[in-house]
Design a protein. Structure first.
Length: 343
């Protein structure tokens, strides 16, 4: 598989920030950790680039190097296949993705993950709960359910993107019987699929939403605002509690069903059924304990400031960082940091 390199833009930003913080000597002394993220333009790329600069500016012991990838599904496969990354890199992932990766190579999953990745990854910190792919948006308000999409044009994310491209397909097919055999399903980047809906070139598409454990603060990302700016009535196709339960039973996953309150999304006139999964930064168990400790301590210290610097971080809280973590699934260095923080 092709390994994607750190973008020159990120490296240039790191050098510039290091210069502002005290010069090249400090940059050389900082422990740089590569983090596999998602396609260029995605929220975590921008958020972690700002975080990287803040780490250097504050003279932190660690610095993240954001790395563009085709998506979270790619990340878990690349980390599973490339042992050279285990001790030096971390990656963005989700609880349900780690769970589904154990079923790689099965008929339901092989299109996205040809082989199983059965590694008990260790979590570092939570960064958002994601709902995209477990509901769709449309300008055709005669559509009332995902089941109504048979024979329609449906624009989803890339096959390397977990929520945008993989989970959306799984919910459509195994929850509502909508497949590439009976409908026109396209995989493309979030920007492209959003534009297709705006242009009338598709009937329904994935659009994003982020949340945190209390379900009182939400991220409404750029693609949603692009659709809102058209002035057209936006309608949503949600999921049901029964479908989410069946999906969890089938795939051994922990999607969380939520009745999204009315008016959370633009033009959302009534509650909407959405399944959320938890997003984390994770590492292999062989990732150095001291590096994991320093990373978590640094993120915890910068979190309040990052809330003011980037939209994805607006929902940051200690609860978000720690929700879903346990002694069994969390990296020992992270556990030590949280105990010291009293979280």
């Amino acid at each position: 598989m092709k390994t994607f390199g750190v973008r020159n833009l990120a490296l240039a930003a790191a050098v510039a920030a290091a210069t502002l913080a005290g010069g090249a000597h400090k940059a050389e002394a900082t422990d740089a950790i590569s983090v596999l993220l998602c396609p260029f333009g995605c929220g975590p790329i921008a958020g972690d680039t700002i975080l990287m600069n803040q780490m250097v500016k504050e003279g932190a012991d660690v610095m993240l190097l954001p790395q563009e990838t085709p998506g979270y599904m790619y990340n878990v496969r690349e980390m599973g296949q490339n042992e050279s990354k285990w001790r030096h890199s971390i990656f963005a992932t989700e609880d349900t993705l780690i769970q589904i990766a154990y079923s790689g190579g099965t008929p339901e999953v092989e299109e996205f993950l040809p082989e199983p990745v059965q590694i008990p990854w260790k979590l570092l910190y939570g960064e958002a709960w994601w709902g995209q792919g477990k509901f769709l948006v449309t300008f055709d308000c005669t559509l009332e359910s995902m089941a109504d999409l048979e024979g329609k044009r449906i624009s989803l994310g890339l096959r390397g993107q977990s929520d945008w491209g993989v989970f959306s397909r799984l919910f459509l097919e195994h929850g509502y019987g909508i497949t590439p055999d009976n409908s026109d399903i396209r995989h493309m980047t979030p920007g492209q699929l959003t534009q297709q809906l705006i242009d009338g070139a598709t009937d329904a598409a994935v659009t994003p939403i982020g949340a945190e454990p209390s379900m009182t603060n939400f991220i409404i990302p750029g693609p949603v605002r692009q659709l809102e700016a058209t002035g057209k009535k936006m309608c949503y196709l949600g999921v049901t509690d029964d479908v989410v339960n069946r999906m969890n039973e089938k795939f051994g996953t922990t999607w969380l069903y939520v009745d999204l309150p009315a008016n959370t999304l633009p033009h959302q006139d009534e509650p909407l059924g959405v399944a959320f999964n938890k997003g984390f930064k994770a590492a292999h168990e062989s990732f150095d304990e001291e590096r994991a400790y320093n990373l978590v301590m640094t993120v915890a210290a910068l979190g309040p400031k990052m809330k003011e610097l980037h939209g994805l971080w607006s929902i940051w809280s200690p609860d978000l960082m720690t929700c879903g973590l346990s002694d069994e699934n969390t990296h020992p260095g992270a556990i030590r940091a949280y105990k010291e923080l009293g979280w």
